[in-house]
Ligand binder design. Structure first.
Ligand code: FAD
Length: 464
């Protein structure tokens, strides 16, 4: 055990007297409790910290951040653990926010107050019970604030814009352990930066966001096509995207069929979630139905169960990551090329068959009209995205899946203007800052805000 490690563990234990009764400090890496706390969505680059500290209130976060600063101990905040970067090695602390699970709904104001440890599913349940909808991630266990701080793309994108567009205010524990409120009238520079680049300036202990009355039925309609139908399905998908319907959110995926275990023959699944009646939804689906899918599934869904279909990709553990690429214009050959790339990958590396290549889209209109447009999120001109999820059971196959995903993105970007190249901020931290935060002025301003709020780079050295 290094002296750095034992020092950070000892400082963590000394912290105990300053924390509230229910806060927890775990330092024994061999204990079942520590191992459980360490689990994340992906095992990629996972490290073992000297301590995992679980604050039970905002004041606990303040004490932890102050102690870390005093003893020069690096730390990282963890919400839902669904990124590959909420990890830190020996000598550092994970501040695990899971105990902060408070949600409160104000139906007359149409707002929700949500603490830092709240995950997608509990919020969806709480707002649904109150008769509302909210911007949340498409998977049950994603940390809500982690999702929100990177922009937050949800099924409500076409109707109500990005999750950050619904952000009213945030309570932030800053690098020097102060609690500040960031909103359109308080600490406006920080508020601007939190909306799209919010993981780099402090720990957001709580947010207040707008919620939306649930006024219509929600229909989920998925068409499944065989590889032989790729050309027609791609054209139909393009037609649906170009219609720019604000009441739907769609995804096309190259993946293994859900029902044939052991098969390595992919299918193309085009799934559209619509906020309208089934009869109206059918009109939007027409181009896709005209291709005669080999199977289709259509069902009304309750907002609280929205994430159920993503449960398979939501599990903790294994080698997984995200690669992304913005598409100002979707071209049918993207889907065709994605199918070719997936087949070549899995032919050579069957252990990478859990990889899936996906395209998502929603009408850009709401994103460009709803809420306060001023934010650090710079991709409002992009309506569809290619999201690639490399995943494998062996290291070799995983590396091949990552390479295949990156080659695919490179092939798309080779046809794009430099200013058009975009990476979704919620899916990468290490890739080109120019593509995550487009435009020199945005990056200059982010640097300026960083120098004010986190000059010593406690929350990474991004933008400096
Ligand atoms: C299965 C799956 C589904 C997803 N679906 C969507 C989706 O539909 N839409 C979308 O936009 N994104 C989606 N994402 C991406 C996801 O939103 C980001 O990876 C997000 O950062 C995850 O947040 P987390 O708290 O779960 O992860 P963590 O790994 O715990 O945290 C992610 C980052 O945020 C920081 N952080 C977490 N909480 C706080 C806080 N309270 N204050 C300050 N910093 C904090 C952490 O330090 C870390 O840097 C998905 C990811 C996965 C794996």
């Amino acid at each position: 055990m290094s002296s750095e490690h034992s020092n950070a563990a000892e400082v963590a234990h000394n912290l105990a007297t300053t924390l509230s009764d229910k806060a927890r400090i775990t330092t024994d890496a061999s204990s079942a409790e520590f191992k459980e706390l360490l689990r994340r969505w992906s095992d990629l680059n996972i490290q073992v910290p000297s301590a995992i500290i679980e604050p039970n209130c905002e004041e606990d976060i303040v004490q932890i951040v102050k102690h870390a600063a005093k003893h020069n101990i690096p730390f990282v905040a963890k919400g839902g653990g669904h990124s590959t970067w909420s990890t830190i090695g020996s000598g550092g602390w994970i501040i695990d926010l899971s105990l902060l699970r408070y949600i409160s709904i104000n139906t007359s104001e149409q707002t929700a107050t949500i603490q830092a440890g709240v995950l997608t599913k509990p919020i969806n349940e709480a707002v649904t019970n109150a008769g509302f909808m909210i911007h949340t991630a498409n998977a049950a266990n994603v940390g809500h604030i982690g999702f929100l701080l990177g922009g937050g793309s949800s099924v409500l994108l076409g109707l109500h814009g990005l999750a950050i567009d619904a952000l009213i205010s945030a309570r932030v524990v800053t690098a020097n352990g102060r609690i500040v409120i960031a909103s359109a009238i308080e600490n406006v520079d920080l508020f601007w930066a939190l909306k799209g680049a919010g993981q780099y300036f402090g720990i957001v202990s709580e947010v207040s966001v707008k919620i939306f009355p649930k006024t219509t039925e929600i229909i989920s309609w998925a068409c499944i096509y065989g590889p032989h139908q790729i050309k027609e399905a791609s054209k139909a998908f393009k037609e649906v995207i170009d219609a720019g319907d604000q009441k739907s959110f769609g995804a096309a995926m190259i993946t293994l069929p859900p029902t044939f275990p052991g098969s390595t023959m992919p299918v193309i699944v085009v799934s559209v979630t619509q906020f309208r009646s089934e009869a109206e939804a059918e009109k939007v689906m027409k181009p896709l139905l005209d291709v005669n899918p080999v199977a289709q599934m259509k069902r009304p869904i309750d907002f609280s169960n929205l994430t159920d279909s993503a449960d398979k990709i939501d599990k903790k553990g294994g080698l997984k990551s995200n690669v992304s690429c913005g598409l100002k214009t979707f071209k049918p050959e993207y889907l065709e090329n994605a199918l070719g790339a997936w087949i070549r990958l899995v032919d050579e590396h069957p252990d990478a068959a859990s990889t899936f290549f996906m395209f998502i889209w929603a009408s850009k209109e709401a994103m460009n009209t709803f809420g306060d447009q001023s934010s650090a999120y710079t991709h409002r001109d992009i309506g569809s995205w290619s999201f690639l999820w490399p995943s494998a059971t062996t290291e070799d196959a995983f590396q091949a899946a990552v390479q295949s995903s990156e080659d695919f993105v490179a092939s798309i970007q080779s046809g794009q203007e430099e200013s058009e190249k975009a990476i979704f901020p919620n899916h990468s931290r290490v890739k080109s800052v120019e593509q995550r935060y487009r435009g020199e002025e945005t990056r200059r301003k982010l640097g300026e805000v960083k120098r004010i709020w986190d000059p010593e780079c406690r929350f990474t050295s991004q933008f400096l």
